[in-house]
Each structure stands twice: as C-alpha cells, then as structure tokens.
Design a protein around this ligand. Structure first.
Ligand SMILES: NC(=O)C1=CN([C@@H]2O[C@H](COP(=O)(O)OP(=O)(O)OC[C@H]3O[C@@H](n4cnc5c(N)ncnc54)[C@H](OP(=O)(O)O)[C@@H]3O)[C@@H](O)[C@H]2O)[C@H](O)CC1
Ligand SMILES: [K+]
Length: 466
C-alpha cells in the first residue's frame, strides 16, 4: 500500500520530499519516478488514446512534461498545453526534455484523454478567470479525465473544492495519499484512485483503514469472557434490536437488551432485561459482568431518554454513544472527560455538528479535535468515515458500498463496535474493526440490501479477518 497507508498533508509531503533529497535523491529524480510511473499506468489502462496534458507552473506541471514525453515515447499522440512558464528548476528541466507539440490555452482543443497536471499540492487559491474557463473547456471536451496527484482546484488537506472541478475517471496519487484522496467532496469526484510509489516512507498520525486480524475465541472462552453487551432501548424498538443482532454476529459472548417490560426480544438468544424506570436501569446495569453499554439507537430525545442517558454516564463502564444519545449530549462533551472507562461516539455529520459546534474545514482535524475535547474515540460517519482517538491518531475509511446510506445501518455499526470492544478491550481498535467489518459486510451483501441482510453478512466479513 502506498506509503504503508500513511496519509500525508501537503506540509508532511514536502517534509517527506526534503527527507528523500537529504538522503541522496533530487526533485527531478522524484519527478521522473512520479511522471514515468503515472505514464505507465495511463498507457496500460488506455493505450493509443489521443491525449492532451495540461501543465501548470509548479512541479505538478513538471510531472506533466515527464508524463507527456513518456507517452510520446510509447507511441501515443500527445500534446501539451501550458498555462504558464515553469517556475521551478525541476519543471524547467522536464520541459526542456519535451520533444512534442506545445500549445497555448487559446490554441488547444480537447482530445479524447485529458491529463490534469495544472496544480497539485501547491494550489494556494481558487483557479480563476481565463485559466478556469479553458480548464473546463478542455476537460469537458474529453472522454477520459485523469488527474495527476490531485484534480486542480482541490484543497489537499481538507478535500474541499476551491473552484468548480470536473469529474475524473482516474486520479493517480504520487508518493502518498493525501487527505483529499479520501475526504469528500474531493474523493467522490476522483474516479478510480491509484498510487505511484516514489520512495516516500513517512509516518503520519493519519492512516487508511486497513483490515485488522480478529482472533477466534480461545478454547477456554465462555460467554462472559467474550463479553456481555448491554443495549439500552428506547421507544423506537427496532433500532435497539438491530444493534443487538449486530453485536451478536460480531463476536459478543452475550447480548442483553435493557428495555420496558413490553419489549420483545428479536430472537431466542438475546435476553431482554425489563427496566420500567431509570432506577431499575441503574440497578441492573450495575451487573459487573457487563463489558460495554450501547445507548442511543431508538432512544428518543425526551426527558425520559435524557434520564436514561444520565444514568448510563454515571456508571463507570465502557460505553458506545450513538444517534439520540449524541443529540442529548450536544455540546456537553466535557461530561465524558476524566472517565476511567473508554467511550466511543459514532456521529453522522448532523450529530457531529451538534457535538462540536462545527467550524472546522478538515474532517480529520475536526474529528481529532472532538476526540481530544471529549476523551472519547470518535467515529465520524459518512461515505468518508474518520475514526479519531484523543491522542491525535486518525484512520480514514474508504467508501465501499453506496448502498450503506440506508436507515438502520448506523444502529448496526454501534452494536458491532461494542461487540468488538468486549473482545479487544481497546476502543480505537474496536472502532476500526467494527467499521471495516461493516463496510466489508456491505460489499458482500451486494446491491440494495436491508439492514437484516447486512447483519447476515457480518460473519463472512469476519471470516476474512481470521
Ligand atoms: N512532493 C513530492 O515529493 C513530489 C511532488 N511532485 C509534484 O509536485 C506537486 C507539488 O508541486 P508544487 O510546485 O509545490 O505545487 P503545484 O505544482 O501544485 O503548484 C504550485 C504553483 O502553482 C501556483 N499556484 C497555486 N495556486 C494557483 C492558482 N490558483 N492560480 C494560479 N497559480 C497558482 C503557485 O504559485 P504561487 O503564486 O502560489 O506561488 C506555484 O507556482 C505535487 O502535487 C506533485 O504533483 C513531483 O512529482 C516531485 C515529487
Ligand atoms: K493535477
């Protein structure tokens, strides 16, 4: 995996480049590796397609000259359009080696393939005016659009669009993935993402979510050693049932639902514990065999729900807070600070805004900040889920199935994280395992699945982690 899955910001990427140069490389050598690697990939996936490479003034433009020359030498029909003269030594050198046609913005016409080497990590402001007009004319007229490192107009560290950006078929990341490769809106318009290794081996606190090994239960394990997951239900009973079923299929030894006495278990093995008021709940949750509590799915937001949440937060037990529990907590996340047992919060973007007040442009930074403020592991959901811990570590998940955008899948994730926690006793790891299994189960479930079908595929996803 490119740079071992470590995601680098623009500044970290520059440091990585400096490190390589200090160890005997040079910008032109790196550009050569980046450009020829990208050209190989373009040629392999779409040979003999007439291509227009647009080059900007910086090293992204320099990559463009290398790519164009490499394609020309492979036999492609390729032209370059330059927005400005190269401003770096490496880009000047790369341009001096170009042996093909060079056009001005006004002369250039769209070709079948558009290769965007206008701006990469050095973009500092929106692309504007005449250049933006020609960028759209030339990219819109192409049938295949390839972005080198990043589509022009994307902010590297946040994935925000600084100007209107075309949709791409392929984005070739150079050296390491950057936050924008996995954060929306940028990630959603990049098409396929591939990486070219240029020798960068830099460590970052932000990584791509990877499959983690899951241990099978040991010979001496029993239901309590594998963990008792307690789900606190509210008036929307289906949500608690989905959490419970998902916990059961994700490795919990025992799952109990704490609910009003009229609550019916979703199956024969999930036990319901009748609690008709908060006093009873408090007493029954004191059971020391409980390994983790899930509260939020279907909880409601009335005063009764608030009392249930307060009761759970008074108890020193690990807890997964989801959905309504997060809305009830709101901006009082400091209430979670100082707990001796771990907490995970699993907000979607609306819940995240209620918890954090919003205002941060980077989803990674915002998640890390909320984790630090609350002392909790934060699973900031979306098609670009970010998992952060209070120490500043973050893991970014890749979108695997658009079909996950359906009611009930969040309840399932909360139950899965709880079950993994009772096994691993590490909330950050449990959140990563839960997230990975959730999205893998979604891929395995295929199109248009119901939450129940998603749960049915968790075991197959676990199988891949054994
Ligand atoms: N880091 C590595 O190891 C390697 C990176 N490579 C490639 O290099 C780019 C980053 O190159 P850099 O020169 O830092 O940046 P860019 O090429 O993206 O752009 C910088 C130039 O663009 C000007 N600029 C910035 N924004 C705008 C704008 N909106 N309109 C017009 N001009 C703009 C900027 O000028 P300033 O006025 O801001 O100073 C610069 O002239 C990286 O993405 C890789 O593709 C190499 O491959 C080597 C290894
Ligand atoms: K680019």
């Amino acid at each position: 995996m490119l740079n071992n899955g470590h995601i680098l910001t623009a500044a970290e990427m520059q440091e990585a480049e400096q490190h390589l140069i200090a160890n005997g490389s040079s910008v032109i050598a790196l550009m050569d590796r980046a450009g020829s690697g990208a050209a190989d990939y373009i040629w392999r996936t779409a040979p003999h397609i007439p291509t227009l490479v647009i080059c900007g003034p910086g090293n992204n433009g320099g990559d463009g000259y290398v790519i164009a020359q490499a394609l020309l030498e492979k036999g492609a029909i390729v032209k370059i359009v330059a927005s400005a003269e190269p401003s770096t030594d490496a880009a000047k050198t790369a341009k001096s080696l170009w042996q093909g046609v060079m056009l001005s913005l006004e002369e250039a016409e769209p070709e079948m393939q558009f290769v965007d080497c206008l701006f990469g990590t050095g973009l500092t402001r929106p692309v504007s005016g005449n250049l933006l007009k020609h960028y759209h004319r030339l990219s819109n007229g192409a049938q295949r659009r390839v972005a080198i490192d990043l589509p022009s107009g994307i902010e590297t560290d946040t994935g925000s669009r600084l100007n209107e950006v075309s949709n791409y078929d392929l984005t070739i990341a150079l050296g390491a993935y950057k936050p924008a490769h996995y954060l929306n809106p940028a990630a959603a318009l990049m098409g396929d993402r591939v990486g070219v290794d240029i020798g960068v081996r830099s460590v970052s606190q932000t990584k791509l979510l990877a499959r983690r090994t899951i241990a099978e239960p040991g010979k001496t394990d029993h239901k309590y050693s594998r963990g008792l997951v307690a789900i606190v239900a509210g008036p929307m009973k289906g949500a608690a049932k989905l959490s419970a079923l998902a916990a059961q299929r994700s490795g919990a030894g025992y799952v109990k639902i704490f609910a009003g006495s009229d609550f019916e278990s979703p199956n024969h093995s999930i036990v319901t514990v009748p609690c008709d008021d908060v006093k009873q709940l408090r007493a029954k949750l004191a059971d020391e065999r409980i390994g983790v509590i899930v509260i939020g799915p279907g909880l409601g937001r009335d005063s009764n729900a608030k009392q249930l949440l307060d009761a759970v937060l008074e108890i020193e037990k690990p807890v997964v807070l989801d959905a309504d529990a997060l809305m009830l907590l709101g901006d009082e996340v400091h209430r979670l600070q100082g707990r001796s047992s771990p907490v995970a919060m699993t907000p979607h973007s609306g819940e995240f805004a209620a918890l954090s007040g919003g205002g941060e442009s980077s989803k990674i930074y915002a998640s890390v900040k909320l984790a630090a403020q609350s002392g909790a592991v934060v699973v900031h959901k979306g098609s670009d889920t970010v998992i952060a811990n209070p120490m500043g570590d973050a893991v970014v998940a890749q979108q695997t199935s658009n079909w996950l955008s359906t009611a009930g899948t969040g309840d399932i994730l909360a139950g899965m994280i709880a079950a993994r926690f009772t096994n691993e006793k590490d909330m950050f790891l449990a959140a990563q395992q839960g997230q990975w299994l959730h999205s893998r189960a979604a891929s395995l479930a295929g199109p248009s699945f119901s939450p129940e079908i998603l749960i049915d595929h968790i075991a197959k996803a676990i199988q891949e982690c054994l």
